[in-house]
Design a protein around this ligand. Structure first.
Ligand code: ADP
Length: 465
């Protein structure tokens, strides 16, 4: 039987970059069957060997960063520089997982704390769940795959990976690297294909006890119902706010907003989307921001001078264009940008006076748009920040410790950055969202916790005769 194929196109110019098999339920079935063997091999593999495979993967990623960065840029439309940075970041995640693989442990249990436990000694430990199903998006394709595959392998699991249909080539390359450095073939299966076919079959498979998904809120929120009796971790969207108080350092804040608002053309879950500005600071902030946004070069992601790459496809660019137009029709004022450039690029856009109950203020834009919203009191700013269905990362720039502390305690988000934008993420921190931004936490150590199950071993003393 011949398999159908998916063409991978460069989102900037539409040129063909490659072609992969369009896998579906049958391929997932085969992959899961192989992964059973992989899971047995990995569970039996000592920690030092798992660690060594992960270290060598990190090393090989660093060696191939330039070429692999180019491949990521060609598939995803992010800039080549962003692609290279992503490969280095993925290498760091593998290195961290190599270190964590050596310290997955439990602790002893004081059973005699209760009368019924007298005469018993024992401990709890972590065992791998077996097969991890990993579903990843196109915006940070390699590093987010690393955030699922590296901890899964560190913990002694096998993985079935379904990469995004737009960016499957770097996933296949990662698999090649991992097999080359000694990972058993059955321990990492990559099934390329459409989300509603291969992805859905992976989610539903009864032999996959844990599925970890990063993607859209629309798809992610339906997964638990389709997954059946299994654990699911979800990293979904965001509408990240940053609060600028009167005591903020405007120069530092402006540079961070521009970096955090337009990286990967704003297609990150933790992109700066809303800047909540103390009303008296508005003019000063706008004066600082506009020249920085103006200086950004939007263009071919593969050219070294480009700062802002393109959107993932024509439909995404159409969506951003109509979002800007409808926001303008509601009375918003453009401060910069607001226009399309060619097929899939959109000028980095700065906008204000937006409606506060819908659109940019509430939903995830996933494009190069930053909105400035004025506020009067910090209590009001925090309330506005909290008023969306999302709760991933937030930030505040302030020179006052009491304001920082108030915001940190009252922002209903998975993480609060003080004197930085919400786009900051360290790969070792617990990362994940509240409300509709997701369920569970990544960040290697925390993912390992989700990818292992606890077992108690209890030994009862009995008399010698
Ligand atoms: P985006 O809008 O960022 O493309 P998606 O949620 O559509 O986000 O895609 C993220 C990942 O989820 C991709 O690998 C995609 O193939 C997969 N996916 C999409 N639909 C489904 C589905 N119904 N079941 C499982 N996976 C899916």
């Amino acid at each position: 039987m011949s398999l159908s194929h998916l063409v991978v196109n460069n989102p900037y110019n539409g040129e063909k970059v490659g072609e992969v098999v369009a896998g579906g339920a049958a391929e997932i079935e085969t992959a899961v069957a192989c992964a059973h063997t992989g899971a047995e091999l990995m569970a039996a593999m000592p920690a030092h060997q798992r660690s060594s495979i992960l270290t060598h993967t990190a090393g090989q990623l660093r060696t191939e960063a330039t070429e692999l960065g180019y491949l990521i840029a060609s598939e995803s439309g992010k800039t080549w520089n962003e692609g290279i940075a992503e490969v280095k970041r993925a290498a760091g995640i593998f290195q961290l997982a190599a270190e964590e693989a050596r310290r997955i442990h439990g602790e002893t249990l004081p059973f005699d704390a209760f009368e019924t436990g007298e005469g018993r000694t024992g401990y709890w430990l972590r065992e791998p769940v077996g097969i991890v199903g990993a579903i990843t998006p196109w915006n940070v394709p390699l590093a987010l795959a690393a955030h699922k595959i590296a901890p899964a392998i560190a913990a002694g699991n096998a993985v079935v990976h379904k990469p995004a249909e737009q960016t499957p080539l770097n996933a296949l390359k990662l698999q090649e690297i991992m097999l080359h450095v000694g990972l058993p073939m059955t321990a990492l299966q990559v099934v390329t294909g459409l989300g509603e076919e291969a992805g859905d079959a992976l989610v539903r498979h009864s032999d996959v006890p844990f599925v970890t998904f990063t993607g859209s809120r629309a798809v992610g929120m339906q997964l638990p119902a389709r997954a059946g009796y299994k654990r699911v971790a979800l990293e979904l969207g965001g509408n990240s706010p940053v609060i600028i108080t009167e005591s903020a350092n405007i120069k530092t804040a402006s540079a961070a907003i521009v970096a955090g608002g337009y990286a990967v053309a704003g297609q990150l879950c933790i992109s700066v989307q809303r800047v909540l500005v103390q009303r008296t600071m508005m003019k000063q902030l706008v004066d600082a921001l506009v020249p920085l946004v103006e200086a950004l070069v939007t263009g071919d992601p593969l050219e070294a001078k480009t700062n802002v790459g393109c959107l993932i496809d024509v439909a995404a660019c159409d969506r951003i264009e109509s979002l800007v137009h409808s926001t303008m029709r509601s009375g918003a004022a453009l401060l910069y940008g607001g226009f399309r450039i060619g097929r899939t690029s959109f000028a980095p856009t700065l906008i204000t006076d937006i409606p506060t109950d819908r659109g940019l203020a509430m939903d995830e834009a996933f494009g190069p748009i930053v909105a400035l919203l004025p506020y009067d009191t910090l209590e009001q700013a925090v309330a506005i920040a909290n008023a969306t269905p999302y709760g991933l990362n937030a930030g505040i720039f302030t020179g006052q410790i009491s304001q920082a502390e108030y915001a940190a305690r009252n922002l209903n988000f998975g993480a609060v950055m003080i004197n930085d934008v919400p786009s900051f993420r360290s790969d070792l921190m617990p990362y994940g969202g509240r409300k509709q931004s997701g369920i569970g936490r990544e960040g290697v150590r925390f993912a390992i916790e989700e990818m292992t199950e606890l077992k108690v071993i209890c030994s009862k003393s009995i008399s010698l005769n």
